[in-house]
Write a protein that binds this ligand. Structure first.
Ligand code: CA
Length: 445
């Protein structure tokens, strides 16, 4: 009996792993303790076969410093929270009334030491400094050294890049966020030495560099506060200049699928774009937008995969294939109205959902278990909407629908639904008084 139970548990564990071993951008990601992952504006450090994810703990829904968290994983999907890497110290630039953002960690071979750099600021972002902290183990805890203005100039959004030759660089928005700079660090990685690249008037922030075949690819957003904008890439055969002019990494209208770059991780011959979907009104529920970064053309392009697998050993990714159902093929109820535009899949979407309007998509095939379902929608407001989702007349799940930047701009948000084996009916917009976004289609995975 015990043996049978052990075997059953093992099989169940494998099943659960198979169900969960996917990356779903925009979903609520939890750690191995079941808590929401708090690692915003983050960065990745690889030590041996272990990945460490450092980021901002925003669980208090405030921009002020709470902690730099540290998570570990062997597969980039299952994350265990470790001790906090950096904690507030009263009376310093890293007190609970200061800003500590975008922590990045690299390893210094010479000193056998981990070095963390972060955006260090006052609560009104007027100080515009970098902070440095060090530790002898990946998660630390780190010992805070100091905060300063690199070469006397502003530094706000920043990233680090460690080159193959052990030269390391600070990437940062400088001079009141107008000029973007790349500056070499000293041999200890404690300070900066010389500016190697300066892009005047570039207004870039949220930078990361990924190197492919000896070529440097700088990925960064422009400046629009917490709101998303079309993130760009620049390439150069030298980190000291000769950068190409900016180009998109995703369709510009989607504003990088409502995200801002945080870190860019190499993956075999490709990479992973790791971004944040900021929600300033509820910062701790800001979500993570990770997508494959395809380099097959020679330049980086985000692969808009709602659900995907990563194999870190092989250095590969694969997008999971789903089944599409057009909203306009569903049954409209109440004030729901068909909308026509060439930007919609099938040329049509369903509008005026919620506030009495519903659409029911019929004959949605399920397997009797949990499915990820991506809702493709447009929300032309300046604020978020939401929509109720009900399966086979059951209780409703509320799904947030961030503004898409235009009434004809489509992005997707995920929801996990349990579907019966065989045909299901999924109803959108019932029992809500507010208007939901216009629904274009759903993809069931
Ligand atoms: Ca459609």
């Amino acid at each position: 009996m015990f043996r049978f139970l052990a075997l059953a548990l093992a099989v169940f564990a494998i099943f659960v792993k198979a169900q969960n071993n996917v990356i779903v951008a925009g979903a609520t990601w939890t750690d191995t303790s079941g808590n929401t992952i708090q690692a915003h504006g983050g960065g990745i450090l690889k030590v041996g076969s272990t990945f460490y994810w450092f980021g901002e703990d925003k669980s208090h829904n405030s921009a002020l410093f709470k902690a730099v968290s540290c998570y570990s994983s062997s597969d980039l999907v299952t994350w265990s929270r470790q001790n906090d890497a950096l904690s507030p110290i009263s009376g310093t630039m890293i007190s609970t009334s200061n800003i500590v953002e975008r922590p990045k960690v690299i390893f210094n071979q010479k000193n056998q030491e981990y070095v963390m750099w972060f955006h260090s600021d006052s609560s009104n972002y007027g100080a515009a400094m970098v902070g440095v902290a060090t530790a002898k183990s990946p998660c630390g805890p780190y010992t805070y050294k100091s905060s300063f203005k690199p070469l006397g100039a502003d530094s706000r959004d920043e990233g680090l890049f460690l080159d193959d030759d052990t030269n390391a660089y600070l990437l940062y928005a400088s001079d009141n966020n107008q000029n973007f700079k790349i500056t070499r660090l000293d041999a200890d990685y404690y300070n900066v030495t010389t500016v190697v690249t300066q892009m005047n008037g570039a207004t870039l922030e949220a930078p990361g560099i990924i190197k492919k075949n000896g070529k440097y690819f700088l990925i960064a957003s422009h400046t629009s506060g917490w709101d998303p904008n079309p993130n760009k890439f620049f390439s150069s055969s030298s980190i000291s200049g000769g950068w190409t002019s900016e180009a998109d990494i995703a369709p510009s209208a989607t504003r990088t699928w409502f995200s801002q770059n945080a870190y860019d991780l190499p993956l075999g011959s490709n990479g992973i774009y790791m971004g944040d979907r900021w929600r300033p009104s509820l910062l701790g529920s800001s979500s993570y937008i990770w997508y494959p970064l395809d380099f097959s053309s020679g330049n980086p392009t985000i692969v808009h995969a709602d659900v995907w697998n990563v194999n870190v050993q092989a250095g590969t990714y694969s997008a999971v294939t789903g089944t599409s159902y057009e909203a306009e093929s569903g049954t409209l109820g109440g004030s729901a109205t068909l909308l026509s535009d060439s930007s919609f899949s099938g040329g049509r979407a369903v509008g005026y959902l919620g506030h009495g309007g519903t659409v029911t998509i019929n004959k949605v095939q399920g397997n009797g278990g949990a499915h990820w379902v991506a809702l493709y929608y447009a929300n032309g407001d300046s604020t978020w909407r939401n929509v109720t989702v009900s399966v086979n007349g059951g209780p409703s799940t509320l799904v947030d629908q961030p503004n898409t930047g235009g009434g004809h701009v489509i992005i997707s948000v995920p929801v996990k639904l349990t579907l019966n084996n065989g045909a299901n009916q999924i109803t959108f917009g019932s029992s809500q008084t507010n208007y939901a976004a216009d629904l274009d289609k759903i993809i069931v995975f």
